[in-house]
Design a protein around this ligand. Structure first.
Ligand code: PMP
Length: 437
């Protein structure tokens, strides 16, 4: 035993402790901006979560699950999804996709959509595979692809100038078909689609989805379709699901989130829906990483879906009411932003809104010896000087394309009326100060 005592107490520190797959992916925009917002902002329209309560029927479902006397709800449930939840999800997606689904093989429950995405990239992407990501994108796609050994290939949505005097719409941001086609090759394994899109709020049209689908079929590419904002579509639009297009069911995994669907982001219940030939590999990743998800949260979400199935398409349905309420909130925020001179891009979906801030360049001081992009500087300046938090849009772009999109910031409008009113007060005061300066 004594020879251990003679070993040096200091371990050698020259060896890298982290695995190579972590290189270059350690930065995360949220860590910095969430902290700044907490320190400086009075009104936080930055991070994407509702500050209003989850619906009563969902809260009641959780209470019922707790008080049911079924002590098994406190123990592990089926690893790939609590049976009542996968059953309800299968019933719902049968309606949405018009095909029969097996709850046990066509649905898998995850810890939020985040883990669903992680499972997809780990299951499908090999060293050297390329994954096409449409910009701007929900920021975790890039590091997750890299961690799996893949190479992200970026293709931007390109803004078209709106008609005179009109606000731009997220529909004005479109893929260039030739540019998109040029990104597909024999190395392409997956394309990530996010419709409705975070951060722009774009809802891809059927024509755009058909173009993507044709390329997927031609090049034998899989599609990870992140549809977490599936119920948040405005102005009477309908979401087209790429999995319902010819040739796409067999190559698509749909990703969803109870966090967004039921305004309960903290519950972290998500899911994947797709063919068994794809989901069987997600199950392999799941069983070797997370394995079980919280039983009681799944039970309550299952009851939420059962309620929605019974009210499907009726005015009392949360899936009908939530977008109606959020559309009003969207329009309120648009008005407030226009008042101060920002140019909002009207989102067709999601609870985000991107605004053009080019008019404010002279208000925001340059930071000496810093190459921080204008949208980052503006956002920090706005938080510190106006008490209003948002997120710079260039955070949703790859390093190579960031600098082309530094005149925009993203707001979240899934907020209480009081929060949006407080934001409006800040913007009105700001407008007056601008007028008098
Ligand atoms: N995908 C997108 C596009 C998102 O915006 C989010 C959450 N902001 C997620 C996935 C992750 O969802 P969850 O909270 O269910 O993990």
């Amino acid at each position: 035993q004594t020879h251990f005592l003679s070993l040096p107490l200091q371990a050698k520190m020259s060896r890298a402790v982290q695995a190579r797959r972590l290189e270059g992916i350690d930065k995360n925009i949220w860590v910095e901006f969430v902290k700044l917002a907490a320190t400086y902002s009075k009104v936080n329209l930055g991070q994407g979560f509702p500050d209003f309560p989850a619906p009563d029927f969902l809260q009641e479902a959780l209470k019922r699950a707790l008080g049911s006397g079924n002590h098994m709800l406190h123990q592990y449930t089926r690893a790939f999804g609590h049976p009542p939840l996968v059953t309800a999800l299968a019933q719902l997606f049968e309606k949405l996709l018009g095909r029969e689904l097996d709850p046990m093989t066509n649905v898998m429950v995850t810890v939020g959509a985040y883990q669903a995405l992680f499972c997809c990239f780990q299951a499908f992407v090999d060293e050297g595979d390329e994954v096409i990501i449409i910009e701007p994108f929900f920021d975790c796609y890039e590091p997750m692809v890299k961690m799996a050994g893949g190479t992200p290939v970026f293709v931007p949505l390109r803004p078209k100038a709106p008609k005179d005097g009109k606000l731009m719409s997220s529909a004005d941001w479109q893929l260039d078909p030739a540019e998109l086609a040029s990104k597909f090759s024999e190395r392409t394994k997956v394309i990530v689609l996010n419709s409705p899109n975070n951060p722009l709020g774009k809802v891809f049209s059927r024509g755009e989805l058909e173009l993507i689908a044709e390329l997927c079929v031609k090049h034998d590419v899989l599609c990870v379709s992140d549809e977490v904002y599936e119920w948040l579509v405005y102005d009477g639009r309908e979401l087209t699901r790429i999995a319902s297009l010819p040739g796409m069911w067999d190559r698509t995994v749909i990703v969803g989130s109870a966090g967004k669907t039921f305004s309960a982001t903290g519950w972290k219940v998500g899911w994947t829906v797709g063919p068994d030939r794809l989901l069987q590999h997600l199950r392999t990743v799941h069983q070797n990483s997370v394995y079980h998800c919280a039983t009681i949260a799944q039970e309550a979400v299952a009851q939420g879906f059962q309620r929605e199935l019974s009210l499907y398409g009726k005015p009392e349905s949360y899936f009908v009411q939530l977008p109606r309420t959020l559309q009003q909130k969207r329009d309120l925020l648009i008005q407030s932003l226009v008042a101060v001179g920002m140019k909002p891009i009207v989102p067709e979906g999601t609870y985000f809104l991107v605004a053009d801030i080019s008019e404010f360049k002279s208000d925001v001081p340059e930071v000496p010896n810093s190459d921080e992009p204008y949208d980052y500087r503006f956002t920090k300046w706005m938080m510190k000087n106006k008490g209003l938090a948002a997120i710079p849009l260039s955070a949703f772009y790859s390093e190579a394309h960031k600098n082309n999109y530094t005149n925009f910031i993203r707001f979240c409008f899934a907020k209480e009326e009081a929060t949006l009113k407080a934001a409006n007060d800040i913007l009105q005061k700001w407008k007056k100060e601008k007028a008098s300066s």
